[in-house]
Ligand binder design. Structure first.
Ligand code: DOR
Length: 472
């Protein structure tokens, strides 16, 4: 048996949340390596946490764990910019352990844990708690810090203290920073610290009282709606603040056509902004609310088919930099409450790969005639481009890419950190929410059949998922 964990070298500076490389050899054979440099048929051998050989027909070293990648893509591990792990404070919904297990099973080798925990990540102590839990988790756990104390939107959190721990993204996610003056000051600090503010774009006054997208379906169902303008207004404000401060902003889970149009124009003008979208906004419409099931309540809400088409188009046209899950576990009893009381959010880690591939590569599900005006003619993205949206592109935004000194999303070459996923683009499986690794079951995909599966995941050289099964 290989020794599974190596203790930190005596005297070495402790890096919060650092993971010791796994001791052992893994050979990933028979697949197609896909990374930001292109695609090639190649085997990959990793030893003691590092890639040591990449090429066709490699000899498998004696004692190696052999992972069959026939028919699969071998890619830098997926990186989720937007994961709610719920620890500390809501361990009945998820923990670092269960969430990282779901992540690894979904092909993710790193996740960024959102700070809307209880207490929130507005102090070094809470960030360190999550980082230390993450050091033993099934994938790397990075932490996003809050922008404001208590995520209350009134006073700035100690961003410098958090940045000193390696925190690179700051957000009050779950809520947007409503006060434009405070947001401006936060951007000034962020620029000085070299960190990125990630905004949940929702003008609270415009969205007030809404439980779903404001449109034909909310009118038909008699449910209060949140207009797209609530998102668009904050995107527009923040773009003005980026222009004024020169600081970077990352837009979280954008969901409507006009927001994405604003981002495209800002980027064309050279502003330092990036944007993510969520798999559910690529694939599900507000028609899912027809049965009044809070399972489909999420924030931003599921939109109409024209917006879903616009989100897909923005991916194909390059406006969107990353697909991020917004994995939001909620304990079952909370999701059984009436629509206005149930919390928003849905699971996403274990379904992100097939759902994103289906939407962007195959144009599935078909957006249909429901709203009559879904624009057609969206370019089908290549499979490698879809992988990029889930892997090396978010790794760069998170500051986890090798170009920033990190170990995620880099090319699969000799000497690279062995954070890899083996993705089957064709395997079909039916989602059973009770069998997902998450502690919660609020998957909108329960009972549906998806095409695309994760066969293996290798984290710091350790095969944590083999043939779709977690190894510890
Ligand atoms: O649906 C959502 N759920 N949107 C958010 O922004 C927060 C998240 C949560 O924490 O449950």
């Amino acid at each position: 048996m290989p020794e599974r964990h190596q203790s930190a070298a005596a005297g070495a500076a402790p890096v919060p949340g650092a993971r010791a490389p796994w001791r052992g050899t893994v050979a990933v054979v028979g697949g197609t390596v896909v990374d930001e440099t292109g695609s090639r048929r190649a085997d990959v051998v990793a030893r003691d946490g590092r890639v040591v050989a990449v090429g066709p027909g490699l000899d498998v070293p004696a004692g190696a764990t052999v992972l069959d990648a026939g028919g699969c893509l071998v890619a830098p591990g997926l990186v989720d910019l937007h994961t709610h792990l719920r620890q500390p404070g809501a361990e009945e919904a998820e923990t670092v352990e269960t969430g990282s297990r779901a992540a690894a099973l979904g092909g993710f080798t790193a996740v960024v844990a959102m700070p809307n925990t209880d207490p929130p990540v507005d102090s070094a102590a809470v960030a360190l708690e999550i980082l230390s839990l993450g050091a033993a988790a099934l994938c790397r756990v990075a932490v996003a810090g809050a922008i404001t104390v208590g995520r209350a939107g009134e006073r700035l959190a100690p961003m410098g203290e958090l940045a000193a721990l390696g925190v690179r993204l700051f957000t009050d996610d779950g809520a947007g920073v409503q006060d434009g003056g405070l947001m401006r000051r936060a951007l000034d600090y962020a620029r000085g610290l070299g960190v990125t503010l990630a905004q949940h774009c929702e003008d609270r006054a415009i969205a007030a009282g809404g439980v779903m997208h404001e449109g034909n379906w909310s009118a038909r169902l008699g449910l209060p709606g949140m207009p797209a303008a609530a998102e668009e207004a904050m995107v527009a404000r923040d773009l003005a603040l980026v222009a004024a401060t020169g600081a970077r902003v990352h837009f979280l889970h954008l969901s409507c056509a006009r927001s994405l149009g604003l981002v495209a124009a800002a980027r064309a003008a050279g502003l330092p902004v990036t944007a993510e979208v969520a798999p559910h906004h690529l694939s599900l419409t507000d028609a899912e609310l027809a049965a009044y099931d809070p399972l489909f309540k999420v924030n931003p809400p599921l939109r109409g088919a024209p917006d879903v088409a616009a989100v897909r188009r923005a991916c194909a046209e390059g406006t969107v930099d990353a697909v991020a899950t917004d994995h939001a576990p909620h304990a079952p009893h909370t999701k059984q409450a009436p629509m206005d009381e149930a919390p928003p959010g849905m699971l996403g880690l274990q379904t992100a790969w097939p759902v994103t591939l289906g939407a962007l590569h195959r144009g599935e599900p078909d957006l249909g005639e429901g709203d009559g005006d879904a624009p057609g003619g969206i370019r089908a993205m290549a499979v490698a481009e879809v992988v990029g949206l889930l892997s090396w592109r978010p790794a760069r935004i998170a500051g986890l890419h090798p170009s920033a000194g990190g170990d995620q999303g880099g090319p699969v070459v000799d000497g690279a950190a062995a954070n890899l996923c083996v993705l089957d683009p064709a395997e079909r499986w039916t989602v059973d929410a009770a069998r997902l690794a998450s502690r919660s079951t609020n998957s909108p995909w329960h009972g549906r059949t998806l095409t695309g599966a994760v066969r293996h995941t290798v984290v710091a050289g350790e095969p944590v998922v083999i043939d779709g099964e977690a190894q510890r």
